[in-house]
Design a protein around this ligand. Sequence first.
Ligand SMILES: Nc1ncnc2c1ncn2[C@@H]1O[C@H](COP(=O)(O)OP(=O)(O)OP(=O)(O)O)[C@@H](O)[C@H]1O
Length: 689
Amino acid sequence: MQLSYLSEPSVLYNLQYRYSQDMIYTKAGPVLVAVNPFKNVSLYGTEYIDAYRNKTMDSPHVYAIADAALREMKRDEVNQSIIISGESGAGKTETAKIAMQYLASLGGGSGIEYEILQTNPILEAFGNAKTLRNDNSSRFGKLIEIHFSTTGRICGAMIQTFLLEKSRVVQCAVGERSYHIFYQLCAGAPASLREKLNLKKVDEFKYLKQSCCYSIAGVDDAQMFRTVTEAMNIVHISKEDQESVFAMVSAVLWLGDVSFTVIDNENHVEIIVDEASETVAELLGCSIEDLNLALSKRHMKVNNENIVQKLTLAQATDTRDALAKSVYASLFEWLVEQINKSLSVGKRRTGRSISILDIYGFESFDKNSFEQFCINYANERLQQHFNRHLFKLEQEEYVEDGIDWAKVDFEDNQDCLNLFEKKPLGLLSLLDEESTFPNATDLTFANKLKQHLNSNSCFRGERGKAFAVRHYAGEVVYDSSGFLEKNRDLLHMDSIQLLAKCKSSLPQTFASKMLAQSDNSISVPYRSSAADSQKLSVAMKFKGQLFQLMQRLESTTPHFIRCIKPNNLQLPAIYEQGLVLQQLKCCGVLEVVRISRSGYPTRMTHQKFARRYGFLLLEDVASQDPLSVSVAILHQFNILPEMYQVGYTKLFFRTGQVSDSIYPICCIITTLECKAVVFSTCSQAMSCT
Ligand SMILES: Nc1ncnc2c1ncn2[C@@H]1O[C@H](COP(=O)(O)OP(=O)(O)OP(=O)(O)O)[C@@H](O)[C@H]1O
């Protein structure tokens, strides 16, 4: 079915009607819209995969998108990307897994595809958590690049992750959970491991207790633990390494229980020697004395003199939490490295790949902090990529080729990106500058923003420490409390040295990595004088990662999937029109529909068109220029003038509307192709006889 009358209500009605029939996928021009069913729908599995593979089914589906990516990769020899976006709980991760299943099924055979699928339970255990919006929310971004051999078989994969939300390890809102693995380990570890790691019940660990939420309806954490260890076996993480991983998980939990006692009237502290501190020392492989030194004192160099500062209770608690966050984030990074080693493409690399991007969607809450600031910045970059491919490049090409075209307006977010990225007076530069000043506070940072950016139309200063940014998806008010600390993300040298001294191998590995990173980065006066780890700020590292990601995506043919959350209750059969409309509007889907209805997405140069179809002409055209040949072909076959436009260098053909069929290949080309095939088959047959 194609909508002939296109308006906001008709698009909404169409989506809602289809949703009520469990047709959760709809095509909006080249974009696949996927509405989360919040229930099992019978649209997946071998039967469906075969149907899409054999083209006996062509209704919109993630399988159809994955199939198109696979075909275009082979046909054009160009890397492809499937870019999945949508807000938290909209279904991005599930969609990514469905796409992976299809690719694994079609490109499988070597066994590596099974390993690739098994990375999901591991990454979800360590990187997902229950939030108020999604019981299985990814708290990191992920790009998985699946590599194919020349024969189209999967030969390896590479996973890149972005910005894990590490604050969740030590701080978690009421009703949410920390990372799944903490609960899975406590519920599912066999007795011997439980004893070795000195595990308690989840509601006995301080880090987990603060949110008063321990289980997820319908989820068996003990069973999930077995699934995760099985997946670790499959990606070749040895039993010994698995035990070391779980020792780190337990050490992080126990760190939260380490407490301090005040030792003098200046409120200086040392750690209490009890079960918590003893277990942490045991699991990390260090002495209690070393642990105490790292958490209660700080070595600094002031005017070339080494001094030792005793920490107050608040400072010691922050140092302990920073250590817990760093150990967990390093563990996550290490796991991804191990997975990548196991999936490594190695010498079999052919350069052809399909990348699937599943990155956190735009977030706007009652209180928005540094995490939302980074996530929304990433979404601005992705929206720019989406706009470039679906609006900018498309329309620029029409104009350059001189075809008759009424411009379709779209919300260009370049101004907002400039607000973030401009040097020296953009949000990121100002944040970094302020992060290097020892006496700076979140308030001085907010004031600096207001001083320099108040005239920017995408920025609005708010009272106190707050400021607002006008994002493409709506205005977000940020509370700058904690911005500087989170951006500096300091792990003091004393903590790094503690890890380096540990007998267990993982802490040592983490420490070497941290030291290497601080060596490679710029030094800033404040940190070097304080002998801190001199690493790149979190925002700058993230910006660098995003630039690399965009560069990678720019060299691919993109396929876009927009996931939509039909209700905030995570329940099936509830479709809130207002909520859906807001999501469609903010991600530009309605404009995409407009442009693909009125645009000309299929095109071919006159040379290519003339070369390909010129021989079908009745008269001899050898002496004519390609443009005249193109026009002659179109006339000879009575192609309706409203179906195409003749540009200076290319022919542009119409197609695509809001449609429930796969983005159709231009019927004109198909007609001509059929004639060409029939003709060349006949002439070959004749020349053989
Ligand atoms: N195709 C689907 N079929 C059945 N259930 C689905 C489907 N897609 C999503 N869901 C349900 O919605 C939940 C949320 O989906 P998912 O975790 O993929 O969202 P997300 O967009 O990745 O969210 P976040 O950004 O928070 O990670 C899933 O746990 C699952 O219950």
